[in-house]
Design a protein around this ligand. Sequence first.
Ligand code: AMP
Ligand code: GLY
Length: 424
Amino acid sequence: MIILILGSGGREHALSWKISKSSLCNKIYIAPGNGGTDKIGTNIDIDINNFHEVKSFILDKKIDLVIVGPEDPLVNGIVDFINNDKDLNEIKIFGPSKKGAQLEGSKNFSKDFMFRNNIPCGASKTFSQETFDNGVDFIKSLSAPYVLKADGLAAGKGVLIIDNKDEAIKELHSMLIDKKFGDASKNVLIEEFLDGIELSVFVITDGKNYVMLPEAKDYKRIGEKDSGPNTGGMGAISPVSFANETFLKKVEEKIIKKTIEGIQADEIEYKGFLFIGLMNVRGEPYVIEYNVRMGDPETQVVIPRIENDLLEVIIKCIDGELNKIKIKSLNKFVSTVILASNGYPNSYKKGDKINNLEEIDESIIFHAGTKNNKGNIESNGGRVLAATGFGGTIEDALSKSYTIANNISWKNKYFRRDIGKDLI
Ligand code: AMP
Ligand code: GLY
């Protein structure tokens, strides 16, 4: 098969790395890709949100299957576009429909979905510019901390957790009235604060059947001991000790099964990854959010733990035959440590030459914000590389991640030194 993978992050490098191992895979294109994906396949500089451009490329290169990495093209409806275009009848695409992508694209939609389907989640109310005063009254009726969420996609910055009541009211004003996040904060959810430990759970579903993938823990804040602003994620570990069989059974019964039933009841076309961000509150799982894609950097630990041929799983999913698949997980710990550009998640410098990109035993270096400039790998983003290590224990896996993280060098390298410490 000839495969097109959309996206440019560490997630897409990990996906293309895994897909390239399948005997069913003849060639991979990655759009736009990065300095790592171009060693696996061919990077191609097209705008993945310009569906006509994507269509021309599919026809030109005789693509058989499109795998969508990030959320934007899904929320913009790329799956409906391809499935409804008569020239693209034969093309398979892996990802949810536009309606399904609303589970991530609108927090209001997804909250409503959870309430309707009795899926455990924090209580919340949604406010608009017109109901700003009611929002203020609602904040006044709650106790700290206050959780404010922009309804739409805000590049991972749309969730604010605030300790002070007056500041929360000020932020609500800046989101609703001053449109801090543009249209994404036309509606704002004010949500109950869930006090617990977070877990990322991944599922592949064809809308009827599902398989669970290995779970992971992500480290969201830029600073050690979970300090400073939120990022896309600074490291990840899989498996996660507190996600034992009892807890995962609860997740399956109370969340995954009900989510799939809800997808069916709403007649949502959904063939793709589903990522459930949840909070373990005293042993009970609560959904924080749905994402309609894999997580980044979770993919860099979850995908290496899947022993199946991922391409076969994806094809069976698109053909509605996921019931024939059983996921086999590698019985090892896998860790990843993100190497970022100094300054991220705020402003940072690009274009530094990166040295010593050598893997050691039981390790993989996944690229994210890198580019190949005439044979030199240069930094080209906030999160630059993910140093993935394997081991019989978490310590063992982490020692490989950190050996690589220390070896690699460029002028503005930054990484957290405490990834996974809380799980040891
Ligand atoms: P999200 O963009 O929805 O993933 O939210 C970003 C982060 O905010 C999550 O990963 C959590 O750490 C935190 N968060 C979101 N909602 C809540 C909540 N209701 N209670 C506590 N923390 C939350
Ligand atoms: N690492 C969290 C996410 O991908 O949304």
